[in-house]
Ligand binder design. Structure first.
Ligand SMILES: [Zn+2]
Length: 245
């Protein structure tokens, strides 16, 4: 039995037996982990409020060989998001990001880029709840990118010509193509959306969300449709919940 310490973001919990919970979290040093927190539903317990979803914690856990479920030993709250529990749209947005992290992350595989990106998105939405929608779009684009499912935004997937400011087309293999290569078939990605997508690569989420306030609502709608389609294609189903914000 080995013991580990890591920073982790609680994503979801399930009740187990009378007094326990299964907790799913994204950890910095071990990626997605599922663990049992024994006794955490008793009135007095060593975990306190630390296992509420979207709390950032320091986690100490045991891992037994060949067992996927780890055993939570101790937690310490680094950042509580309890003050947001009265804001239903933020909670729905957080649950949506949490579900996608669970769907896209292979268990027990640390991914520092993913961890830092996710944390920055939760932080940006906490700081500026009015920008939730743009933060979710940023999160979707980066999740797809980090997990290797985002098409190359810079060049045509067929002739490799660098895109200028132009309408591009989403091909069946999820690559983007120029008008000539795609024969203008496939889903069109307008030049406004294409340039908006490319700003996700240059900015942190809070700044992207701030800049998005000036972006036309038609472009935002087009972006939401595109990311929804890409995620659906990757998961081979639609996400469990997607906030209508
Ligand atoms: Zn081309």
């Amino acid at each position: 039995m080995a013991i580990f310490d890591t920073e982790a973001l609680v994503l979801r919990t399930y009740n187990l037996a009378e007094a326990d919970k299964i907790v799913v979290c994204l950890s910095r040093s071990a990626g997605l982990i599922r663990g049992v927190a024994k006794g955490c539903r008793k009135l007095r317990n060593r975990f306190g409020a630390s296992l509420e979803p979207f709390t950032l914690i320091n986690l100490t856990y045991y891992e037994k060989e060949n067992q996927e479920l780890v055993s939570f030993r101790q937690t310490e709250i680094l950042r509580s998001r309890f003050n947001l529990s009265g804001n239903p749209s933020i909670l729905t947005g957080f649950s949506y990001m949490g579900d996608l992290l669970i769907d896209f992350s292979p268990p027990h595989q640390a991914n520092d880029n993913l961890y830092r990106m996710a944390l920055a998105c939760f932080e940006a939405a906490s700081q500026s709840p009015g920008d939730l929608e743009s933060v979710l779009r940023y999160f979707e684009v980066w999740l797809l990118k980090i997990e290797g499912f985002l098409p190359d935004l810079k060049a045509c997937g067929s002739c490799h010509r660098a895109f200028a400011d132009e309408t591009v087309y989403l091909a069946g293999d999820l690559s983007l193509r120029c008008a000539q290569c795609s024969d203008s078939r496939g889903g069109a990605v307008s030049k406004h959306l294409h340039s908006h997508l490319r700003t996700t690569e240059k900015l942190p989420p809070a700044k992207f969300a701030e800049d998005s306030r000036e972006v036309a609502s038609a472009t935002k709608k087009e972006m939401a449709e595109l990311t929804f389609q890409l995620i659906g294609r990757v998961l081979e189903r639609m996400p469990r919940i997607r906030p209508n914000v």
